[in-house]
Design a protein around this ligand. Structure first.
Ligand code: DX5
Ligand code: ZN
Length: 217
């Protein structure tokens, strides 16, 4: 079995010592770095935006997996492409013209991912899944790190895995929120390809080993 893609979430890093935490990520077996951008409108919280992304970009040696929890993600395709972002995740719930947004992300040279809130059924992707590089399933209500994992997400992974495999697609399944060694195992067993982990990694006494633990699932 191949090991899951691990994408530690910078939201749980120590913002007074970002250089130290990014150095840890660079030295780790993490595959990507997950970046949570919040606007205080789509989600009830603010995080950070371009000044932080521009500051960290030259020193991060992992592909950037950017999760936009904002109401008008299509506005920022060009800026993210300029930052050589690997994957741009936009929420299904805010895109009236999702097919157009996905096309714009691809035209800008990035991987396109659609994110679903816990209440949004995976079946709503039936007519767009073939155009997506990844689906990001939220296993918490987005807006904060350190929340409790919503177990029903495992069922969503199973249904999405079936949809992807039945069509012979290569679309990846990523899951975000409340991921630790126990919930991560349930998700990988159900068919998840990639795991985001914030507090489990940065809250650990040994973040490098926490990442290794997830890689071994
Ligand atoms: C939540 C963010 C997550 C968050 C995950 O809205 O999208 O990426 O950082 O944090 P944990 O792993 O602590 O639940
Ligand atoms: Zn996220």
């Amino acid at each position: 079995m191949k090991s899951p893609i691990i994408s530690p979430s910078l939201l749980s890093a120590d913002f007074l010592h970002l250089d130290r935490d990014i150095d840890m990520i660079n030295r780790s077996n993490a595959d990507w770095l997950h970046i949570d951008v919040m606007d205080g409108v789509f989600v009830p919280n603010l995080s950070f935006g371009f000044p932080i992304l521009e500051a960290i970009k030259p020193v991060v040696r992992k592909p950037l997996d950017v999760h936009l929890m904002i109401v008008e993600p299509a506005k920022f395709v060009k800026e993210l492409a300029t930052l050589e972002v690997h994957t741009m995740n936009v929420h299904y719930e805010v895109c009236n013209h999702l097919h157009r947004v996905v096309g714009a992300i691809h035209d800008a040279g990035m991987q396109a991912a659609v994110t679903l809130n816990p209440h949004t059924p995976v079946e709503l992707l039936t007519d767009i899944i073939q155009d997506l590089d990844m689906v990001l399933l939220m296993s918490v209500n987005p807006g904060y790190g350190g929340q409790k994992f919503i177990t029903h997400t495992v069922d969503k992974v199973t249904r999405l895995r079936r949809m992807i495999d039945d069509r012979g697609l290569k679309t990846l399944i990523e899951v975000d929120g409340g991921v630790n060694a126990a919930t991560g195992k349930l998700l990988v067993d159900a068919g998840a390809d990639a795991l985001v982990a914030g507090s489990y990694v940065f809250g650990s006494d040994d973040p490098l080993e926490a990442i290794n633990t997830l890689k071994r699932l």
